[in-house]
Write a protein that binds this ligand. Structure first.
Ligand code: FAD
Ligand code: NAD
Length: 472
């Protein structure tokens, strides 16, 4: 990690914009504000690039990809795919993708982009004013943008404070495969990490409180992922409440309310995240710390007068994935720059000044095997909506993998005959997602989509089948 401050004096010069938090989202706000002609200070207390670059998206995908590639090879008869993963090589590849946890490259990128990077912990200390611990006060002529992200939630389970648990940070950065791993939580972190470590050789047990995995997605997605995990030897236990945990024999003993007990080497807590708003000085501007920062579609924080406090990314709780956060960041940066120029910003839906897609077309891929790719509505929300569900049974899929299994859903507005949501489950469906996103954002009528002819033989042929199933 580059711990050198890029400021040589104790005082930070006043500026146009201060961004608190230099994760992917803060970096993008700052870059956009600079592009709009504003002097911008970006304050980061840990590593520039934030969670995604070092302990979330990048290392988790680096740990999953080798297992997915191997499984894919094994599904094509004629490919010699004996042997398994080389764990140490997998870890070395992961380490390269996280730049060995050194953010020097990101700092150089930011400085080259014209951003002033300041190391330290920042908090609001009044209107348009930020105090950086040990560095002093910096005032922003136009805006302060909070991009402090989120932190893991550890549930109140008796004994948990005495047990050395893994959070997503340890689960994405460890370089030794535990013999056994219990994963608490069957959300995205839980299922991705359960599969990654199972394929690296750990005996994995996943315990989910609710009655399904990936509860924010259609039921068939969680069911298919559970099946994929079981095929890798993961024991998936739904509707399971852990009643007590304790250190036992160098590992962890876990007791559930059904009376069962297991002993594992490691326990990963993957039970959700909360917006990072404590210790941020929100009370100095009339807000209550602890919750999410509620924003409008321009990123302006509700409840603060004077149009100077903005937020983007996980801290807003809107669509907590990197790409949606970066999208909101581009909007905020542009809005701040436009308002600084004196423009009357009108955040019309789908304009450059409104993060409309957060409500209508937010995307997510769960990088398990099978993958889950989703955009927009997961379920029909009202009577005029219809879900069109199909197995992915097209020539492109059959050629892609022997015995290909997949499922696709379109949620259609039957009055306007446009797509409102899409979910795809199966091997390598992630790349189907952008077509669905374009259809939703463009409000492309189904009767026009009919003319978007999928190439033969590709998995995209499922689009044709879905439209036929709808009735075209
Ligand atoms: C295991 C895991 C895997 C994930 N995989 C994906 C994925 O594949 N794709 C995807 O799109 N999303 C994924 N996500 C979600 C993604 O990581 C987050 O949505 C994203 O990191 C949010 O970016 P952010 O900039 O808002 O917050 P963060 O990345 O958390 O950055 C916030 C930054 O603010 C800094 N900070 C906080 N408080 C202060 C302060 N007071 N002063 C100075 N600095 C401060 C922090 O040090 C941090 O660097 C994953 C999450 C996890 C946990
Ligand atoms: N590929 C991606 O896009 C990706 C990957 C990982 C994480 N993320 C993001 O990171 C965020 C955090 O993910 P997450 O999986 O930690 O949270 P989550 O909210 O998605 O899932 C948490 C799960 O834990 C369960 N749970 C809660 N308390 C429990 C308990 N005491 N015992 C057992 N289960 C319990 C919940 O029922 C839920 O299923 C999400 O917003 C997600 O979108 C995205």
């Amino acid at each position: 990690m580059n711990t050198e401050s890029t400021e040589s004096t104790e005082d930070i010069e006043d500026t146009d914009v201060v961004v608190i938090g230099g994760g992917a989202v803060g970096e993008n706000v700052a870059a956009r504000a600079v592009r709009g002609g504003l002097r911008t200070v970006l304050v980061e207390r840990e590593r520039l690039g934030g969670e995604c670059s070092y302990w979330a998206c990048i290392p988790s995908k680096a740990l999953l990809r080798p297992g997915n590639a191997l499984a894919a090879a094994r599904r094509v008869r004629g490919v010699r795919s004996e042997g398994g993963l080389d764990e140490q090589a997998v870890f070395r590849r992961r380490d390269a993708f996280v730049s060995h946890w050194d953010d020097g490259g990101q700092v150089r990128w930011a400085e080259d982009a014209g951003i002033t990077v300041v190391r330290g912990t920042a908090r609001l200390s009044g209107e348009r004013e930020v105090t950086v611990e040990g560095r002093g006060v910096v005032r922003a002529a136009h805006a302060v943008v909070v991009c402090t992200g989120s932190t893991p939630v550890v549930p109140q389970i008796p004994g948990i404070a005495d047990v050395p648990v893994w959070t997503s940070r340890e689960a994405t950065s460890a370089s030794t495969v535990p013999q056994s791993l219990a994963v608490l939580g069957g959300g995205v972190v839980g299922v991705e990490m359960a599969q990654a470590w199972a394929r690296l050789g750990a005996r994995v047990e996943l315990l989910e409180l609710g009655d399904r995995l990936l509860s924010h997605l259609p039921g068939f997605a969680g069911e298919a992922v559970a099946e994929g995990l079981r095929a890798d030897g993961v024991r998936v236990r739904l509707g399971t409440a852990v009643s007590r945990v304790a250190v036992a024999g160098g590992g962890v003993r876990i007791e559930s309310d059904d009376g069962s007990r297991i002993a594992v080497e490691r326990l990963l807590v993957a039970t959700g995240r909360k917006p990072a708003t404590t210790g941020l000085g929100l009370e100095t501007v009339g807000l209550t710390p602890g919750g999410r920062l509620s924003v409008d579609d321009t990123g302006l924080v509700s409840g603060v007068d004077g149009r100077w406090l903005y937020a983007a990314g996980d801290v807003t709780g809107r669509a907590p994935v990197t790409h949606q956060g970066k999208y909101a960041a581009r909007v905020v940066g542009d809005v701040v720059a436009a308002r600084a120029r004196g423009e009357d910003v009108r955040p019309e839906p789908w304009s450059g000044y409104a993060a409309t897609a957060d409500h209508r077309a937010a995307t997510q891929v769960v990088f398990t095997d099978p993958e889950v790719a989703s955009v927009g509505l997961p379920e029909p929300g009202q009577e005029s909506h219809r879900a069109v569900d199909l197995d992915v049974a097209v020539a492109g899929a059959a050629l892609h993998a022997d015995g290909y299994e997949g499922r696709a859903r379109l949620v259609v507005d039957t009055e306007r005959e446009i797509v409102l949501g899409a979910t795809f489950v199966g091997q390598d469906v992630a790349e189907l997602l952008h077509a669905a996103t374009v259809a939703i954002v463009g409000e492309v009528p189904l009767r026009r989509l009919w003319h978007a002819v999928p190439a033969f033989p590709t998995i995209s042929e499922v689009w044709l089948r879905l439209l036929e199933e709808y009735g075209l």
